[in-house]
Design a protein around this ligand. Sequence first.
Ligand code: ZN
Length: 447
Amino acid sequence: MVLLGQMQLVRIVAHHEDPRVAADLFASEGIAAIGWSSLGDLGSKTRKEIKALIQRQWKTSEQESARMTWELLTLRDTVKVGDTVFAYVRDNTVALVGEVVRGYEFNNSNKVGNKSGPVGYAHQIGVRWRDAPRTFSRFLLPKGLSDWVAGRGTIGIRNYDRDDLERTINKISPGTHIAAKKAGREKNLDPKIRGPPWTRDEDVLALALYKSTGSSHDDEDPEVAELSRLLKRTSAAVVFKLGNFKAVQTKGRAGLSHFAPMDLKVWREFDGHDSELYQEAEKIRNGIYARFKDREVGQIEDLARRLMKEGRLSTERLSQVLPRQKGAALRDAVLENYGGKCAFCDLDIREMLVAAHIRRWTDDSENRYNLSNTLCLCVLHHSAFDNGLLTVSDDGTIVVSQNLRKSNSRAVRSALLNLDNTKIRMPLSYPPGKQFLADHKRLFFNN
Ligand SMILES: [Zn+2]
């Protein structure tokens, strides 16, 4: 039921494989549509009949068939003339906004419904699509709408305040229309969101983020937020830039349908040279970072810790964070993995604990941030381990160097010799790698 002053909104995913082509056809035919056309005209079928047909055709589960039936019946029965429709495409982009002018119809002969056409969606409604806004970031919508429009499923329904909606759409309208097929029209974007033109260095940082993580980010993504703080640009501007690179990569078929000449230039400069790109990004990042004040530094350092916690600090992502961030993040992660205690003794004074590498990080840069190549050790045991006075067998047994047996020191006996043949404290999630331990024993241990 729609209350006074409210109206019903409909979201439809234009198409899962080729949403941009579908949206263009929706616009030219004045319709919106969804798939599963082989079910035929649903006009007079009951819910039960539709569900049975779906199960017969696609052997879908009970739950999946029910969902598909619900989606088809939403289009047929719930959508009403006068509703506002959003056609959503991938990459956080709304392609079209319009008003429903005609209810459900099965049509497999027009360009959208034709089985041999690019879309083949025959379950249709008539829509008068607006000339503007078109092809805009969903983040230009208020938060609630922005989340809803990108929600799960092919179709969705909600109520919304009529006046609010009109204001929202009008606010987007003026500068936001982007001619969908023409690349290079960034000037049509809302200048408030785009900000001043991006420099080459800024573009390199955004490209490194795009290459290592793809284009599907929203503006609350920690990596987007971090880059936005680093560049002092809005998160929406960063999200847009990732969409620009998608457009470059796909020659305008996906992502935003426009990009700046600089985007293309930077793309070509590093095309096929990922590691050079990441190195360059790290260099630029260090340069910007050096000019920051302490307070700003603190905000940005948070990122590496968050990524490490999520187990996401992969080699590509290392270019997103600075050496000092990485070091701090690694130490935090290792201490947490070992419950804040030395793996050899039970010393739990944080200031006296270190993230020790099993295979020395100077010898193996690839495993520098691999938690299975680390042990949490107190400073005494770290020093003993690094100097080959202690090692660990691959089953976790501590082995003490024979040389220490000659010592008369009580401290040596209590802190080192007593550990011989005892087991290390096993960590919560990343046990030390057997190969790393074997290498330490072979290469560094003074038997
Ligand atoms: Zn210890």
